[in-house]
Structures are given as structure tokens and as C-alpha cells.
Write a protein that binds this ligand. Structure first.
Ligand code: AHM
Ligand code: MG
Length: 388
């Protein structure tokens, strides 16, 4: 339940050490990101996240600063994994409510506040952090004005966070996760500290993301990332204290027979979605398969399973909450980027989530993401319904 926004710097693009012509990933009219070049090191299971990012920086010098940022995120995820795991011990005293309500009117769990703090500190000392806003902060924190922030005068990134997604489940030991999105920062953001200006820079569509990642705190701690050239999943080896590459270039199955949504809201969903889900329940949908339902109620875990097994994860809009529950900037967009990079789709039903430009930081978005064919079935149903 929380998120943060950060701003960092991007070095000018330089030629990658590749004979091939660099490819570009279209994002918005405002920017085009070069697709990073990877080599066999990046596809070798067992390499550490540190080695992976060093290799990426070597091959793609323009991404060198990103590796510093990922160093901070790596450390924060390890610390959070440890905190979440130890929270179940009677001596930890980190479960339960903090007694505060965040800016969105949600009760803060103690671990929400701690996680937010861990991430802020980890990113501050990367020396690339500019602005950080959090679901747990009433207003964005302009870290550039904080004395301890070591900002160099190269360019900047903006990062968005949900430090501990699914934290309502944490007392029961159910999987939780951290979601991270990193945007290229707009040059117009004044590095000497115009917080509002910097915040405005964060309101970019997912197509502007240069990287996204999530950390899943579950049976193992998993770190999954995309830099715009596929999806790479690392597993924390606690014996050596390193994330090691466990699944290079993850591809989601094109179709499956699993859907994952809060079915208590079924009667309030849009008609086309109800029809599709009815078809899946009865085995009369496009694939003819009879679907099963799997729902943890924690997005990172549900999306992780969806990536690996295929299927559909969603928090659709309904008559009570037309925009659903999940936040566009720090939940919907980064997870959609990962899903698309794994070969899946992500939609509101009528619009590609990645293309929605946020108007406010905490904006919610209806979302359905997962296997290409199954999401296409939803998109087609909405299109047919709207054409009638
Ligand atoms: P949070 O950011 O406050 O933790 O809320 C987000 C979570 C998601 O992880 C999950 O998909 C959803 O809320 C579950 O909501 P519900 O309990 O309504 O099914
Ligand atoms: Mg969340």
C-alpha cells in the first residue's frame, strides 16, 4: 500500500558495443528509448544481479547511472525481505497498524512506514535521487534540498514506488512485494529544488518508463526486472546474500486457464467482462478451456504467478469504483511494462494501460493483464459491446 517517486539523472546516450544497429522502443511523442543490448552473460543463469547490471552498463554506457540506482534497490529489497520474514517473530514488533492514516485515507501498517523509510534511505545514498514522493508522505519529498543527498550534476531519473504492496496481508505471512518504475527525468525539472515542477515530471505514461521491477517476498525473495528488452527474474540466494539470475528472458504463455480477480465484485463489473469470465468459468470462452480461479489479493504475487503460469490478473473497474483500486503510476504502469516485455498485454478493457497519462500521482486505473490471447478476448468483448 504505498509508493514513492524519485528523480535521478540519465547520461547522454552513447553507442553500445554492438555491431548491430540500436533498436528503439517507441514510447510517446516526447521520447524514444534505445532498446539496451544484452549479451550471453545476461542470459546465463547463476550470474548475480550486480554482475548482470555491470554487464548492461558495459554494453550500454548510457545506462551506467541506472546500475547505481539498481544497486540501491537491490540492497533495499534484501533489507525488506529480511524485515518481512522477521516480522513474524514475537520480538520483531513490526506487525499491526502504525496508528496513522496515509494521504489516501488508508490505515498505515507499521511495515508500510518502515518499508517506505528503507527505500528512501537506500535511494538517497545512490547520489542520483532527486524527488521522492510516497503514498506514505502527504507531499512529495524534495530530496535535492536535503543535505544528505549527494547529487551530481549529470541528468536525472524519476522513480516511482509502492514500497510494500499487499501489506494488508502481511500479518498473516501472505506474500507481499515492492513495485518500482523508473522514468527518464525531464530536463525542465530544476535540480536546485522546484518540487512541484519535479513532481509534474513524474506524471508520464508507462510508455516513458526506462525500467521497471518488482521484488516478491514469498517462499524465496524474487527480483524481476525489465530494462525494455525482455524480463529477467532473479532469486535471492541467502547463503551468499546475492540475487542470482534464475529465469532469463521470461515469456508468459500466450494462453492459459487461470484468472485472478476479486470475484466478490463480479456483479459490479462491466457487462463485457462478466460475459468473458462467465465463458471462462463454463469452458465456453474463446479457448474452450474451463478456467480456475487463483487470487492471493497481493498484486506482486498474483502477477508473478501470472507471468510464469499464464492467465489473467485484474483489478477491473466496477460500478462502485469505476477506476478499480490499483494506482496507475506506481502499480499499473510498472507492472504493465513488465507484462508487455514478457509478451503479455495490459488493458483497462478499452485502452492500453501503458499509454494512459496520469493526471494526479495517486490516480487509480482499471487493469487487466496477462496472457496475450486471454487479454485480447477481453479487449474484443469490450470493443464488441461498445460497437453495439
Ligand atoms: P495496497 O497497495 O494498499 O496494498 O493495495 C493493493 C493491493 C494489491 O496488491 C491487490 O491486488 C489488491 O490490493 C487487492 O485488493 P482487494 O483486497 O480489494 O482484492
Ligand atoms: Mg499497492
Amino acid at each position: 500500500m504505498k509508493f514513492s517517486i524519485v528523480a535521478l539523472t540519465l547520461l547522454p546516450y552513447a553507442a553500445a558495443f554492438s555491431a548491430s544497429k540500436p533498436a528503439f522502443r517507441s514510447s510517446s511523442a516526447m521520447s524514444m528509448h534505445k532498446v539496451p543490448v544484452f549479451d550471453e552473460v545476461c542470459d546465463t543463469t547463476g550470474v548475480t544481479l550486480t554482475r548482470f547490471m555491470n554487464e548492461v552498463a558495459l554494453l550500454n554506457p548510457e545506462l551506467t547511472e541506472l546500475t547505481y540506482l539498481f544497486g540501491g534497490i537491490d540492497t533495499a529489497c534484501k533489507a525488506l525481505s529480511n524485515l518481512v520474514k522477521r516480522s513474524q517473530l514475537p520480538s520483531s514488533n513490526t506487525l499491526g497498524y502504525q496508528g496513522e492514516v496515509n494521504v489516501q485515507g488508508e490505515d498505515q501498517k507499521k511495515l508500510d512506514v518502515i518499508s517506505n523509510d528503507v527505500l528512501k534511505r537506500a535511494l538517497r545514498f545512490t547520489g542520483r535521487l532527486g524527488v521522492l514522493a510516497s503514498e506514505e508522505e502527504d507531499v512529495p519529498v524534495d530530496l535535492m534540498n536535503e543535505k544528505e543527498v549527494l547529487l551530481d550534476d549529470t541528468g536525472k531519473y524519476t522513480a516511482v514506488f509502492d514500497p510494500l504492496d499487499g501489506s494488508s496481508n502481511v500479518d498473516a505471512g501472505i506474500p507481499t512485494g515492492t513495485i518500482i518504475g523508473i522514468y527518464e527525468h525531464d530536463d525542465e525539472c530544476d535540480a536546485d529544488g522546484d518540487g512541484d515542477n519535479c513532481l509534474a515530471n513524474t506524471l508520464r505514461p508507462g510508455t516513458n518508463l526506462v525500467a521497471a521491477a518488482y521484488c516478491l517476498y514469498s517462499s524465496s525473495c524474487f527480483f524481476t526486472l525489465t530494462l525494455g528488452n525482455g524480463v529477467y527474474c532473479f532469486t535471492l540466494d541467502e547463503q551468499i546474500g546475492e540475487f542470482v539470475l534464475s529465469k532469463p528472458n521470461v515469456k508468459i504463455p500466450e494462453t492459459s486457464a487461470i484468472y485472478s480477480m476479486n470475484e466478490a465484485n463480479f456483479n459490479m463489473w462491466d457487462e463485457p467482462l462478466k460475459e468473458v469470465v462467465e465463458g471462462w468459468r463454463n469452458g465456453t470462452g474463446a479457448s474452450g478451456k474451463k478456467f480456475s480461479s487463483r487470487y492471493i489479493g497481493a498484486m506482486v504475487g498474483d502477477v508473478h504467478r501470472t507471468l510464469l503460469y499464464g492467465g489473467v490478473f485484474g483489478y477491473p473497474g466496477d460500478t462502485k469504483n469505476p477506476n478499480g483500486k490499483l494506482r496507475l503510476l506506481y502499480e499499473g504502469a510498472p507492472m504493465s511494462f513488465i507484462m508487455e516485455q514478457a509478451g503479455g498485454l495490459s488493458t483497462t478493457g478499452t485502452q492500453r494501460v501503458m499509454e494512459i497519462v496520469p493526471e494526479v500521482v495517486h490516480q487509480r486505473v482499471p487493469i487487466m493483464m496477462g496472457s496475450k490471447n486471454d487479454i485480447q478476448e477481453i479487449i474484443d468483448a469490450y470493443a464488441k459491446h461498445n460497437a453495439e
